[in-house]
Structure formats: structure tokens, C-alpha cells
Design a binder for this molecule. Sequence first.
Ligand SMILES: N[C@@H](CCC(=O)N[C@@H](CS)C(=O)NCC(=O)O)C(=O)O
Length: 223
Amino acid sequence: MATPVKVYGPPISTAVSRVLACLLEKDVQFQLITISMSKGEHKKPDFLKIQPFGQVPAFQDESVSLFESRTICRYISEKYHNQGNKGLYGTNPIEKASIDQWLEAEGQSFNPPSSALVFQLAFAPRMKIKQDEGVIKQSEEKLAKVLDVYEKRLGESRYLAGDEFSLADLSHLPNTQYLVNATDRGELFTGRKNVGRWWGEISSRESWKKVVEMQNSPPPRRA
Ligand SMILES: N[C@@H](CCC(=O)N[C@@H](CS)C(=O)NCC(=O)O)C(=O)O
């Protein structure tokens, strides 16, 4: 039996949960090694050897070490292309290019305003950090413009890169989960007909429901 791959980081991290969703879609055995960010474990020298920026996730597959969640997802999808959801990263160059295009849109256009809103609206209050109203307003305006583009696209095709669920859709799950369920800005998604329909479909996948369960379970106790 193959050695399970290792993912380092807490499932509540959006970048970690992206990788977990991909592993579950691809039916890849993994070991989750919880890193306590509140204790600063992600800045310790041993961790920096596998994630030099001191961020989560880090990932290991035998002798391979990787960081950057979207890169890790691409690697998992390519290496384990014959198992789990076989079309997750496309099956030919045109499908892959379309998935890459929307993955880039997620990373470059969707993620900056949505992760700023997740931090300001969901995490800052829990961390007793003062919210920045200027950042909230600006991010909400930027995200609304991105979602107008998505609304049009999702009126033409069922998923972002075409008619099948792909890595491009998966990559949007973590930030959207927080915005819809842990802030009062869910309307940005559910108030748009096609985006709301898409969110309903992608968030009810078994893989994502398992990730949300992991986020809601207390971290394992360590000796
Ligand atoms: N682009 C990176 C972002 C990683 C990232 O920002 N991780 C956050 C948690 S979601 C983190 O480690 N923050 C702590 C820090 O930057 O010190 C990825 O997708 O892996």
C-alpha cells in the first residue's frame, strides 16, 4: 500500500482546506499533521525547512516537499490522475487550459478581495483585532465586480471551466464557505442567481462536506 501523503496545517486555514478537498476528491490517503498557528509552530525552524515562508499548508509525498496550495492541488491531480475524480484537472490540453484560466482568476482576482473579507469579517473579531472599514468596503466592491463576471459565465456553463466540476471550482470553496456561513455578506453569492446555484452545487459535494466536518472537529490532542 502507498505511504499516505502528509499535509501540515489546521483545516480551518483556507489554503489547507483547499488541499484537503483535493485529496478527498482524488481519493488519496493522507495524514493531517496539525500545526498550531496560535503557538507560532509555522514559524519554527523545522517547519521553515518545508515551507520557507512560514505559512500553511506544507505538503510531503515521500521525498517530494511542496508549498502553495494551488500548486499542491495540481500536483495531486496529475500524480493521481487515474483515481478518484479523474476529470478534476481535465483530460486534454483544452480542458486543462480552461481549468488553469479559472484557477488563475480565482488566485488573482477572486482571492485577494475575498480573503481580505474573510479575515476582516470572520477572523478579526475572533482574534480581537479591530476591523478596517476601508478594507471591508473596498474588498466588497472588488469582489462584487468579480462575481458579476462569474454570474455571466455561470449562466453559460454549469461550472467555471465547463460542464464538469473541476479544480477551478474547488479552489473557490474555502473563502466562499466563510463568506456565506460565517459573515453577513453571503448575499454576494446567494443573491446572484447563477453564482448561488453554483455555490449550492459545489458546496454539497461529499469531499467538501468532509472538510467542513474536519474544520468543526476539535484538533487531535498531541503528547
Ligand atoms: N498562497 C499560499 C497562501 C498561504 C497562506 O496565506 N496561509 C495562511 C493561512 S490560510 C498562513 O499561513 N498565514 C500565516 C502567516 O502568513 O504567517 C497558499 O495558497 O498556500
